[in-house]
Each structure stands twice: as structure tokens, then as C-alpha cells.
Design a protein around this ligand. Structure first.
Ligand code: 6PG
Length: 227
């Protein structure tokens, strides 16, 4: 595991931001996957305001939502809504576009199919980099342990019902996540300590399967590794 340990969560988010800006400056045109959850929100805010906003505006970027809770865009739980309030707080740069799951269909399967149709229209093929979170139960994106979506191999995106949350989600699939050139996994705080330890010891959770044997950088703070 390629683990980078930072003193504070702020340090690790700054390092993640620097990695994305560096890749945007050297590629000129790239696609970046964005996970939901609380950990990356300050990172997205940082990327959406000066001076990083201007640095990123020089590149052609397709921002891609990694997963979505099946709620309207205006719901506080909406990941795309969170991106609008953070990364795009000052508006989306003219050279950028945003692919996200459209929940207004009120049909999770249709949302996944439509997402995949646009993915193909954009000729995305594979993401350059992807920001991933870690759930305390070992999920990443909306690939929750024990749900059938973890084994879906023939699609880019899929719907999934998560019994533990009693709700529907839509998510990039395991092969789409593994195909990205780089995965940046963010883990901050003591609540992530057990799951990170188990994954380091070889446990087979979705976050482990999504990152094993493919280029993955784990950006964690000292609290998350108990140091
Ligand atoms: C989501 C996610 C999810 C998240 C983890 C970690 O929409 O909730 O994409 O996979 O990354 O649950 O979430 P936290 O950063 O809030 O701990």
C-alpha cells in the first residue's frame, strides 16, 4: 500500500489538491472522479477558489461524480449538490464540464444507464484520477460490502440498494474505478483507524479490491493510522 501520512487533515487535503493541479498542468486535458462524503469537501472548496481555480481553469477537465445518493439535487445529501456548493461555488470554469448522476428520473437503473450513455458520448474510456473515500465498513464509492454491485463487471455505472441505509444509490463500478490511472484515497480521523489497519493487514473489503495492484495513493492523517 502506498501510504502517505500527514500531520493534519489540512496537510493531506493540500497534498491531494497539489497532486490534481500538477496532473492538470502536465496533461492539459483530463477527467477527475469526485467522491461524496464529508472528508473531501474542504478539498473541493480549495479547488474551487483562487488561486487553484485559476490554475485548473487552464486545463480542459471533465469532473465526474463517482457516486450519488438517490435524492434530488437540492437535498443536502446530494453529492452533486455538494459539488455545486464547493468546487463550483464560483461557477464552473468554461473549459470544464461535469458528469453526474441525474436523480430526477426517479429510477436508479435509468440514471445509471443515462450516466453511462453520456460517459460514452464524451469518449471518457478511463478516468485520469479519482478521489476515493473510505467507509468504516470498508465501502468506497457506493460499493458496500455484501451488495451485488461489488461484483458488477460489465458496466461503467450501476444502481444499488443499500439495505443498511435503506436507500438507493448509483455508483461507478469496480472495473471503472480500477481502470483510472490513479486512485487518491482520503482517510482522516480516528474513526478510520480500524478499517485502514484491516486493509493494511490484507482484509478483502471493496476499498481493498478497488485499490489493490493498481496505482493508488493513500493520503491519511496521523489520527487515521494511530500515530
Ligand atoms: C458517499 C461516498 C462514500 C464516502 C465514504 C466516506 O457518497 O458517501 O462517495 O463512498 O466517500 O462514505 O465518507 P466520509 O468522507 O464522510 O467519511
Amino acid at each position: 500500500m502506498n501510504l502517505r501520512i500527514f500531520n493534519t487533515v489540512d496537510d493531506l487535503l493540500r497534498a491531494a489538491a497539489a497532486t490534481l493541479v500538477q496532473r492538470a498542468s502536465s496533461n492539459g486535458s483530463l477527467s477527475i472522479g469526485l467522491s461524496g462524503g464529508s472528508t473531501p469537501q474542504p478539498l473541493y472548496r480549495m479547488l474551487g477558489q483562487s488561486p487553484l481555480r485559476e490554475a485548473l481553469a487552464k486545463a480542459r477537465i471533465t469532473w465526474v461524480m463517482v457516486d450519488e445518493r438517490y435524492v434530488p439535487l437540492t437535498d443536502p445529501q446530494s453529492n452533486a449538490g455538494m459539488i455545486e456548493r464547493t468546487l463550483f461555488a464560483e461557477g464552473i470554469s468554461p473549459s470544464h464540464q461535469f458528469l453526474h448522476f441525474r436523480t430526477e428520473f426517479q429510477d436508479p437503473s435509468r440514471s445509471a444507464i443515462e450516466f453511462e450513455r453520456v460517459w460514452r458520448d464524451l469518449d471518457l474510456k478511463q478516468l485520469d484520477s479519482i478521489i476515493l473515500g473510505i467507509g468504516e465498513d470498508g465501502h468506497t464509492a457506493s460499493l458496500f460490502p455484501g451488495t451485488p454491485v461489488v461484483d458488477v463487471e460489465d458496466r461503467i455505472a450501476s444502481e444499488v440498494f443499500v439495505p443498511r441505509l435503506d436507500s438507493w444509490r448509483v455508483t461507478l463500478t469496480m472495473p471503472a474505478i480500477r481502470a483510472a490511472k490513479l486512485r487518491i484515497v482520503l482517510g482522516a480521523g480516528a474513526s478510520k483507524r480500524n478499517i485502514i489497519r484491516e486493509v493494511r493487514e490484507g482484509a478483502d473489503y471493496p476499498i481493498a479490491r478497488a485499490t489493490r495492484d493498481v496505482d493508488s495513493w493513500w493520503f491519511v492523517d496521523r489520527e487515521a493510522v494511530g500515530e
